[in-house]
Design a binder for this molecule. Sequence first.
Ligand SMILES: *Cc1c(COP(=O)(O)O)cnc(C)c1O
Length: 469
Amino acid sequence: MPGYISTRRAAPRLNFADAALTGLARDGGLYVPDVCPQISDEELRNMAGQNYLEIAWRVISPFVGEDISAQDLILLLQKSYKNFAHPEKTPLRKLEDGFYVQELFHGPTLAFKDVALQFLGQVFDFILKARGQKVTIVGATSGDTGSAAIEAFKNSPYANIVILHPKGRVSDVQRRQMSTVDAPNVRNIAIEGSFDDCQDLVKAMFGDLAFRDSMQLSAINSINWARILAQVVYYIYAGVRVRAETGKAPTFCVPTGNFGNVYAGYVAKSMGLPVEKLIVATNANDILHRFYTTGRMERRGVVPTISPSMDIQISSNFERLLFDLYGRDGAAVAATMKHFRDAGPFDLSADIMARLSSVFASGRKDDVQTTAIIRDFYRRYDYVVDPHTAVGLGVAEDWKHAHPDAVMVTLATAHPAKFPDAVKAATDVAPELPPHMADLMAREERYDVLPADLAKVQDYIRAAFGGAA
Ligand SMILES: *Cc1c(COP(=O)(O)O)cnc(C)c1O
């Protein structure tokens, strides 16, 4: 049976079902598998002709073990991806030889978060139903996680869901995708603060063990292992196809915020997928780009940008990578994270940075550049992209100039209609919402505004769902 251990090594080892339900470990760490399942090169070559669900089943099943039978896992995967608008789920589009885009935004809320959260919703309902258990899901969103989570869990008989978003810092489309869902188990809170404040509040609620236990708290943020797992699939889906077509291992360029997406690429590589490089693309909130350039992790204030889902200064999932970089030494991870929280910047040794640079690289695009990239891709390829995807495409082009032999796959993380203002400013074209969302701007909204105050948020959640859990 695969087991899951905390990156701080001071929490119990769990099976897949418990790791998925728990989210953040009780010692403050993140769950990772104790061994990473492998896929042989021969099998990877054979996977190039398989469809998304076949690949998903092959990639996910060894991580799940006996918690979900092979047959049940097939059903869960079918249900997870049935609402995707494209038959290939995460199709690859070739813009030039050696330059691909993988569209991850064909799910119900038009961002790549659906790939993970539709699966997580199915996994939760399956496990909770089997156990006769009920949970309260609490999550923070910089914009896209919240709607994807609400869409995945609305009307679940087994889960209530509370989503915190930074007031005024998500797009109108993003907010409305959350606030217009009319379901008794859904609550939205606009927090007077930044996304990091929202994330800190969620962490603090999980750190309050009495509250956590009494409310049966459960996390669906990108720290949730089952989410990472679902995202590993599309790297393998793209990687095997691109290699079959070009004979080369791809370089993935990933618009990055919380490091969950690009960490899934690292897991795919760890399973055996040939990957030339993983490139972390950031907007002006460039803590990760500065880190890859200097070896120093140093937090600064968050500035709002036109790619708000990447307006993050603390990338939670980075801790999982740190765990491997430190030779899986949980005490060292705990000490570094404590230092980072209490004292400030930390530096990695030249030796660790050298290992890191063999796998990862980084780039940065500010808003002015991002707008120019959207315009440029529209003119050159008649291809309209959202600002997050544009950050990735711009960084990927720079890399391709410097490494002409590289085969680039840029992950398109959102549909352009999710960010109409930025897209219209760049192209003069207003991207249209797909038919199932055409009346979004006319639907009635429901959300409450609270200060970034732990006690007030806890009171609100107790009042909404206390006793229901
Ligand atoms: C969440 C999100 C990102 C950042 O992904 P992480 O996994 O947090 O690195 C990038 N683009 C869009 C559109 C997103 O919704």
